[in-house]
Write a protein that binds this ligand. Structure first.
Ligand SMILES: Cc1ncc(COP(=O)(O)O)c(C=O)c1O
Length: 289
C-alpha cells in the first residue's frame, strides 16, 4: 500500500507531497496542528480536536480555511485512503505562502492545509504493566503554550533528552519549580493524601483533549479531583504519576529521574482511568459504525 497525503484539497502520493519553500509554517513555524488517535478507522474525540484547532487558528489570527464538516470529511478520507485502522491522523494549517517578512502578509493569502495518517503499533504491554520512566527538565518554551503551534523545538529537545536517558517522557517545570506539563503530554499526580491533581488550563500548558475527557471520566468514577498546579517536590512524593495525550492515552509513570514512584508499580487510579478511557473510545467506535 502506498501512503497518501492530503495537501490543499488534493490527495497526493506521500513521497511527492510538498509545500512551497516560502510557506510561513516552514520559515516561521507560523501554523498549528492537531493529532487524533484513530481506533478501528474512526478518529477519536473529533469534536474536541476541531474545537481546539479552531481556537488555535483564532489565537493566531488565521482564518478557518474550510468548514469543520470539510475538515472532518478530509480527515476520514485520509484515514480511509491510508488503510489506517489503529494509529493517528495529523492535521496541519499554516498561514500560507508569502514573500518572507516577519509581519503577517497584508495581502489575503490562503492558509495551507496538510493531513497525513498512519497506523501505529500498540503500546508494549510492559509499559502498561510496569509503567515508564520520566525525566524532568526546565521548561524553556514561550508564553503561549496554549496554542498548538508547530513551533516545537523546545519540546523536541526535551523528548530527545528523554530518549537519551532511557525515558518515555520529559516532565517540564518552570523557574519556581512548578510542573507545567510533559514535552508532548499533560502531567498528573495522585497526592500522598489521595487526590487526583492536574494543572488548570493557562498560557503555560496545552489544554489536552485527553486531559479534558479524563476530568469528566474521573468525575464519573467519583474520584477526588483538584485542578491546580503542583511542584516538583509533590511530583517526587506522589503516590501515582501519569501522563496523558491522544497517543499515550493514560501512561503510568513509575520512575521520575532516579526516584521510584511509590512502590514502583502503576497505581489504581491510573489503571482505572486508563480502562475508563479505553471504554470511552470503544463507545465512540461503536457509535460510528
Ligand atoms: C505539549 C503538549 N501538552 C499536552 C498534550 C496532550 O494533548 P492531547 O491530549 O490533546 O493529545 C500534547 C499532545 O501532543 C502536547 O504536545
Amino acid at each position: 500500500m502506498s501512503r497518501v497525503a492530503y495537501v490543499n484539497g488534493r490527495y497526493v502520493p506521500h513521497r511527492q507531497a510538498s509545500v512551497h519553500v516560502e510557506d510561513r509554517g516552514y520559515q516561521f513555524a507560523d501554523g498549528i496542528y492537531e493529532v487524533c488517535t484513530v481506533r478501528d478507522g474512526v478518529p477519536m474525540e473529533e469534536k474536541g480536536h476541531l474545537d481546539r484547532l479552531e481556537r488555535s487558528l483564532r489565537e493566531m489570527r488565521i482564518d478557518m480555511p474550510m468548514s469543520r464538516a470539510a475538515f472532518s470529511l478530509a480527515m476520514r478520507e485520509t484515514i480511509r485512503r491510508n488503510l489506517v485502522t489503529n494509529g493517528i491522523v495529523y492535521l496541519q494549517v499554516t498561514r500560507g505562502v508569502s514573500p518572507r517578512d516577519h509581519a503577517f502578509p497584508t495581502k489575503k493569502i490562503r492558509p495551507a492545509v496538510v493531513m497525513t495518517a498512519r497506523n501505529a503499533k500498540a503500546h508494549p504491554a510492559a509499559w502498561i504493566e510496569d509503567g515508564v520512566k520520566a525525566i524532568t527538565m526546565p521548561d524553556i518554551r514561550w508564553g503561549r503554550c496554549d496554542i498548538k503551534t508547530v513551533g516545537l523545538l523546545p519540546n523536541c529537545f526535551a523528548k530527545q533528552a528523554a530518549r537519551e536517558n532511557g525515558a518515555y517522557e520529559t516532565i517540564l517545570y518552570d523557574d519556581k519549580g512548578v510542573v507545567t506539563e510533559g514535552s508532548s503530554s499533560n502531567a498528573w499526580i495522585v497526592t500522598e493524601a489521595g487526590a487526583l491533581v492536574t494543572r488548570a488550563p493557562s498560557n503555560e500548558i496545552l489544554n489536552g483533549v485527553t486531559r479534558l475527557e479524563l476530568i469528566k471520566l474521573a468525575a464519573a468514577e467519583g474520584l477526588k479531583f483538584e485542578e491546580r498546579s503542583f511542584t516538583l517536590d509533590e511530583l517526587r512524593r506522589a503516590r501515582e504519576v501519569f501522563v496523558t495525550s491522544a497517543s499515550s492515552f493514560v501512561m503510568p509513570v513509575t520512575q521520575v529521574d532516579d526516584k521510584t514512584v511509590a512502590n514502583g508499580k502503576p497505581g489504581a487510579v491510573a489503571s482505572k482511568l486508563r480502562a475508563a478511557l479505553m471504554a470511552h473510545m470503544d463507545a465512540q467506535v461503536a457509535a460510528a459504525k
